[in-house]
Design a protein around this ligand. Structure first.
Ligand code: NAD
Ligand code: TYD
Length: 340
C-alpha cells in the first residue's frame, strides 16, 4: 500500500507521516511538499532515510510534476494536507490561497482519477461552516451545517470541498473529507496562536491578543486528528464528510493565561491589539458521526496536551529558533539534495 501525503513537511502532515509510519510500518509513504515558508524539511529528518519513505519537493498545482509523481509512485491513497493555512496571511494576500487550496486540489484529483486511486482524502477545516454566536453554547457544527465562510482562507477551503464532492458525483472519484477544529501540538509553525504565545512568553516578548480575547476555538491534540484520518481512510464511507473535534472550547485569553502560568511568566506580557478583520467568534464541532460510525474519540485531554506541547517547545528550542532566525531554509537545501 502506498500513501501519498501532500503537505507532509507542515504541522499536521508531519505528525500524520510519523503516525502512519508507526501504525502501518509496512506501508510506503510518499510525501509531496513545496516547502513554502510553512514547510520545514528538518521536521522529517529522522525518516528521510527510511526505505519506506520518499520525499519529493514540488507544488501540488504543478500538473506535470504531479502526473509524473503519480506515474512513478502509483499511490493507492492520497491524503491532501497541502494548503496555505493561515487566516491572517489570507487577509493580506488571498491569491496564493486560491492557487494552492483550490487549483492544487483539482490537479491532485485529476491525477488521482488518471491513476484510479482507491481513496482521495481531503483534509478540510471546521472554518468552512463560518462561526457560531458566543451566546448560544447549545449550537454546534454538524456535517449538515451549511457552508458560510468568513475569510479568504476558509472560502478557499470551502471551494476545495465543493470541488471534491463534485469529483465524486461527476467522475465517481472515491473521496472522503474531514473537517477538523483547531489543532495544537509539536511542530506547529509559530505564527499560530499556541506556539506563538509559547515562544513569545519564553522570549519575554509581548503576547498579541486580538481584541478582548473572547473568541472561542475548539482545540484538539494533533495526534487525535491523525488517528481520526487514519480511521477515515480505512473505514470511512466514500462520498462522506466527517467532522472531527474534541468538545474542548476555550477562549483565546484563557489559553494565553494558562500558557503564562505554566511558564511562570507575568500576565503583564499580554498586549491587546487590533482585532482580526471578519474575526470568527466561535467554532464548535459536533463529532457524533466520527464516534458513532468509526468509534473515534479524542484521547488527549486539553490539560495534558497543552502541558506536553509546552514541554515540547521547551525541549526543541533548536527547531523553532531556526524558524525564527530563518536558518531552517538554509538547512533545507542540503536535506533536499539528500532526497534526490
Ligand atoms: P501548515 O501551514 O503547517 O502546513 C502546510 C504544508 O503544506 C507546508 O508543509 C507547506 O510547505 C505545504 N504546501 C503549501 N503549499 C503547497 C503547495 N502548493 N504544494 C505542496 N505543498 C504545499 O498547515 P497545517 O496546520 O499542518 O494544516 C494542514 C491541513 O490541515 C490544511 O489543509 C489545513 O487547512 C487543515 N487544517 C488545519 C487545522 C489547524 O488547526 N492547523 C485545523 C483543521 C484543518
Ligand atoms: P489561529 O491560531 O490563527 O487559528 P484560526 O484563526 O485558524 O482559528 O488563531 C486562533 C485564535 O487566536 C483566533 O481567534 C485568532 C487568535 N489570535 C490572537 O489573538 N493573536 C495572535 O497572534 C494569533 C496568531 C491568533
Amino acid at each position: 500500500m502506498t500513501v501519498l501525503v501532500t503537505g507532509g513537511a507542515g504541522f499536521i502532515g508531519s505528525n500524520f507521516v510519523f503516525h502512519m509510519m508507526k501504525e502501518h510500518p509496512e506501508y510506503r509513504i510518499v510525501c509531496l511538499d513545496a516547502l513554502t515558508y510553512a514547510g520545514n524539511l528538518s521536521t522529517l529528518e529522522g525518516v528521510l532515510d527510511d526505505r519506506n519513505f520518499r520525499f519529493v519537493k514540488g507544488d501540488i498545482a504543478d500538473r506535470d510534476l504531479v502526473y509524473s509523481l503519480f506515474d512513478e509512485d502509483r499511490p493507492d491513497v492520497v491524503v491532501n494536507f497541502a494548503a496555505e493555512s493561515h487566516v491572517d496571511r489570507s487577509i493580506e494576500d488571498p491569491e496564493v490561497f486560491l492557487r494552492t487550496n483550490i487549483i492544487g486540489t483539482s490537479v491532485l484529483m485529476d491525477a488521482s482519477r488518471r491513476c484510479c486511486v482507491k481513496r482521495f482524502h481531503q483534509v478540510s477545516t471546521d472554518e468552512v461552516y463560518g462561526d457560531l454566536p458566543l451566546d448560544r453554547p447549545d449550537l454546534f457544527f454538524t456535517e449538515d451545517t451549511p457552508l458560510h465562510t468568513s475569510s479568504p482562507y476558509s472560502s478557499s477551503k470551502a471551494g476545495a470541498d465543493l470541488l471534491v464532492l463534485a469529483y465524486h458525483r461527476t467522475y465517481g472519484l472515491p473521496v472522503t473529507i474531514s473537517r477538523c477544529s483547531n489543532n495544537y501540538g509539536p511542530y506547529q509553525f509559530p505564527e499560530k496562536l499556541i506556539p506563538l504565545m509559547i515562544i513569545n512568553a519564553l522570549s519575554d516578548r509581548p503576547l498579541p491578543v486580538y481584541g478582548k480575547g473572547e473568541n472561542v476555538r475548539d482545540w484538539l491534540y494533533v495526534e487525535d486528528h491523525c488517528r481520526a484520518i487514519d480511521l477515515i481512510i480505512h473505514h470511512g464511507r466514500v462520498g462522506e464528510v466527517y467532522n472531527i473535534g474534541g468538545h474542548n472550547e476555550m477562549k483565546n485569553i484563557d489559553i494565553v493565561r494558562l500558557i503564562l502560568r505554566e511558564l511562570g511568566k507575568p500576565e503583564s506580557l499580554i498586549t491587546h491589539v487590533a482585532d482580526r478583520k471578519g474575526h470568527d467568534l466561535r467554532y464548535a464541532i459536533d463529532p457524533a458521526k466520527m464516534h458513532g460510525e468509526l468509534g473515534w474519540l479524542p484521547e488527549t485531554r486539553f490539560r495534558d496536551g497543552i502541558v506536553k506541547t509546552i514541554r515540547w517547545y521547551l525541549d526543541n528550542e533548536n527547531w523553532w529558533k531556526d524558524i525564527v532566525s530563518g536558518h531552517y531554509k538554509i538547512v533545507e537545501q542540503g536535506l533536499v539534495e539528500r532526497c534526490r
